[in-house]
Design a protein around this ligand. Sequence first.
Ligand code: MIC
Ligand code: SF4
Length: 637
Amino acid sequence: MKLTVAEKIIKKHLVKGEMNKGEGIGLKIDQTLTQDSTGTMAYLQFEALGIDRVKTKRSVAYIDHNTLQAGPENADDHLYIQSIAKKHGIYFSKPGNGICHQVHLERFGVPGETILGSDSHTPTAGGIGMLAIGAGGLDVAVAMAGGEYYIDMPKIVNVKLTGKLKPGVSAKDIILKVLEICSVKGGVNKIFEYSGEGLKSLTVPERATITNMGAELGATTSIFPSDEVTYEFLKAQDREEDFTELKADKEAKYDEEIEINLNELKPLIACPHSPDNVVKVKELEGKKVNQIAIGSCTNSSYMDLMKVSNILDGKTISEDVSLVISPGSKQVLNMLAENGALAKLVSAGARILECACGPCIGMGQAPNTNGVSLRTFNRNFKGRSGTTSADIYLVSPEVAAVSAITGVMTNPLDYDYDLDVKMPEKFLINDNLIKAPAEAENDVSIVRGPNIKPFPETKALENEIEGNVLIKVGDNITTDHIMPSNAKLLPYRSNIPYLSEYCLTPCDENFPKRAKENDGGIIVAGTNYGQGSSREHAALAPLYLGVKAVIAKSFSRIHKQNLINNGILPLCFLDESDYDDINLLDKLVIKDLLTQIDNDFIILKSKDKEYKLKLTITDRQKEMLLAGGLLNLIKSN
Ligand code: MIC
Ligand code: SF4
């Protein structure tokens, strides 16, 4: 059989099921990554599994999200993760070493291997030819313990790139184009595999910009082949030995195809408040900008920041603009410092932040009231920046840098900057902030700060579910709505009781109170419920508040699994128009659930009506729900 790149990796890692589209498959996981905002919970769950040493080829714990330390909570969590990593065989990347996805690409990514990460942008490593998937912390904990990871065998979309990008148009514009075509829900249960002659001119960090933001399609992952370009990157990182060639067979069959001619692509911009709300920069030219933020796991590579430095060289940023730059890694920052590019950025007026997620997750640099912020990031959901009234636009580093000078949205194609930045033959390699774990036999003691609270317990599925509708929300509700993560809340990622007080408050500030008054209940939602982050806190906080089921038109892949992992039923309307019928505080009942779970549909009753619901789950997911979540299932086995 002729296979695509993704299918070749899946075939090699298949431990359960058959590669039939839509059917559940279990994959062996070679590598894992965690970051600190999901990591504390993931390691508490890993501890609950009672395994001494990780069973993966490589597991890395990064500290990059919670790096503002306004109180002891974040620092305490860092120490917890550091001690866990040392004890259990996990590499530890210290705060300051950079954003997990950027550092992983530089120092650990291996073409042809699988990686599971407790962050939705783990597919970044698809840029180096890995099968890289984002998941909730519990799934990553299980993978560290040697368990396989389950997905539905995805459809494969071939994104064929022809031609070559013009200077001023960049990899970011390619993925914005794909988002414009497919939308934020167009990628669910699909893998986007890139091919065509256009690939040759895209370096690994540029490919990684594309696979990174493929997460915004809701895709299972995105992937590039591993070719000469991949080899050059690995060689420049002193890691030639990690290279293997990986190409799709000539007659490989794809389920869908998209073609993008790079010659014709123009600079694009995603408008508030969704990454697929894409127009040409030209259409917004001249619009006043208050803040510009360059960085994030999408656009903070050496090449990105060299282009920015070339544009800002000898200039001063506009009087009315605040420009902040967070380099993706210590390697990037160090190289910019050594070659003088950093001095150009500073002298133009950029405020240099540490190598971390920073403003991307609202950890500082919230814009002014009603502010307009241009960001090279991947998400512009309302309120995520820390300022609810702000309008966030997503752009390439080129658009961001040129606009920083003019103070208004500006098309880089109208200017003549030196944007021909070559990938260096050797990157600066200094892994002194990556700490190897202790030897197998060790007596490392675990440091636990007072902010670390146990995660909520789950119960086996009950035969009858009864509850009031606690909230009714619309389409595309993100995990940033369900469990907001601004600078005030992110420090409490290991404290679910505290976090639950803020659950769904961006949609309805009374939700937590109502959930408590009603002794838990049911959430009703539109399409693509739970898009965005992999944070399982968006399931744990509702669980803590007594939510038993979410009834939606459709779900995002990671959030649906997080609900199941925590014993919450993800139900869909068989007839979507029933959504209109159900109202806040309606009393809903599902009887005989333990029998109904095996039926084609499930009957839900309100006071005067019956509705049909679908529960689209695999046999394994059914076992999880019956057991009351993944951890219970594993313990019972
Ligand atoms: C994000 O970009 O939303 C995050 C913060 O990186 C999340 C992880 C989290 O919520 O901790 C993600 O993408 O999964
Ligand atoms: Fe960090 Fe932002 Fe990337 Fe999430 S999207 S990993 S917050 S840089």
